[in-house]
Design a protein around this ligand. Structure first.
Ligand code: HPA
Length: 276
């Protein structure tokens, strides 16, 4: 569908957005499954539906709205994706870099990636919020495969400290001030849409995974390529497959959302308010 996007391709989307929102914010947020409600915390909004934006993608996943929301959160201006794109919807990994490069071209410096995930670590519970300290991507693919766009980043690039240490610290401090603590762990990328088998979960645990989910990693790799600061936050909406007998994850996801989305919302607002 998107043959060989070049710099101009991404610039066209960014230009359209800039015309609608004026000076772009420095902070971008991607809201994960169940976390879309946080969008309602944003004030002084300008909304742009994805389908209006040239060269952009359209979200098809349930629980994902499909618009950019620009406005104020925690006293700061933010550009928020209410609705993200996933490989399991049929998008290629190459297509999944579009929103991140467009954010980069708008001048976004800090990207906050949120998601719903399964708790692999036996010490994690449903409802825990985990700061991502690193990820594991063993599915053999990269969004950066194909011709490199030098204006956006290097052909070969480091994946050390993709999840910016100072932002991880800031998130943990913000939670403590709000009266709870965060987990900090490794996110395993499983492209889905099927959930994992118990044997897959046991293998992930042996490899050092704490959480498992179907998003975030393609965006984080792209952000590393174009050198953005990244904060990743996972909400454990369910225990991993080997920890539950009757695995109705869809239901778990919706239940937890009701319980903790308030906490997640407060955390995100505080974090944003602290960003430079
Ligand atoms: N596995 C993968 N993705 C998920 C899960 C899970 O258990 N829960 C929410 N997203």
């Amino acid at each position: 569908m998107y043959e060989k996007p070049d710099y101009e391709f991404y610039r066209k989307s960014a230009e359209y957005i800039r015309e609608k929102i004026g000076t772009p914010p420095a902070v971008g947020i991607v809201l994960g499954t169940c976390l879309g409600e946080i969008e309602h915390e944003i004030t002084d909004k300008t909304e742009i539906y994805y389908k209006e934006i040239p060269n952009f993608l359209i979200s098809t996943a349930p629980g994902h709205a499909g618009k950019l929301v620009c406005g104020r959160l925690g006293g700061k201006r933010v550009l928020c994706m209410a609705g993200r794109f996933h490989h399991y919807e049929g998008y290629s990994f190459e297509e999944l870099r579009i929103p991140v490069y467009v954010f980069k071209l708008l001048g976004i410096r800090t990207l906050i990636l949120t998601n719903a995930a399964g708790a692999v670590n036996l010490n994690y519970e449903t409802g825990d919020i985990c700061v991502i300290k690193d990820h594991i991507n063993l599915c053999g693919v990269s969004p950066q495969r194909g011709e490199n766009i030098p204006e956006l980043g290097e052909r070969f690039f480091s994946m050390n400290d993709v999840y910016t240490p100072s932002l991880r610290r800031l998130a943990k401090d913000a939670a403590v001030e709000l009266g709870f603590s965060l987990q900090e762990g490794v996110y395993y990328f499983a492209p889905g849409p099927q959930f994992e088998t118990p044997a897959e979960i046991r293998a992930m645990r042996l490899l050092g995974a704490d959480m498992v989910g179907m998003s975030t990693v393609p965006e984080a790799i792209t952000a590393a390529h174009c050198r953005m600061d990244v904060l990743g936050l996972s909400l454990a909406t369910n225990l991993s497959a080997d920890r539950v007998l009757d695995h109705d994850v869809t239901e778990d996801v919706n239940n937890v959302e009701d319980v903790v989305s308030g906490r997640f919302r407060a955390l995100l607002t505080k974090i944003v308010s602290r960003l430079d």
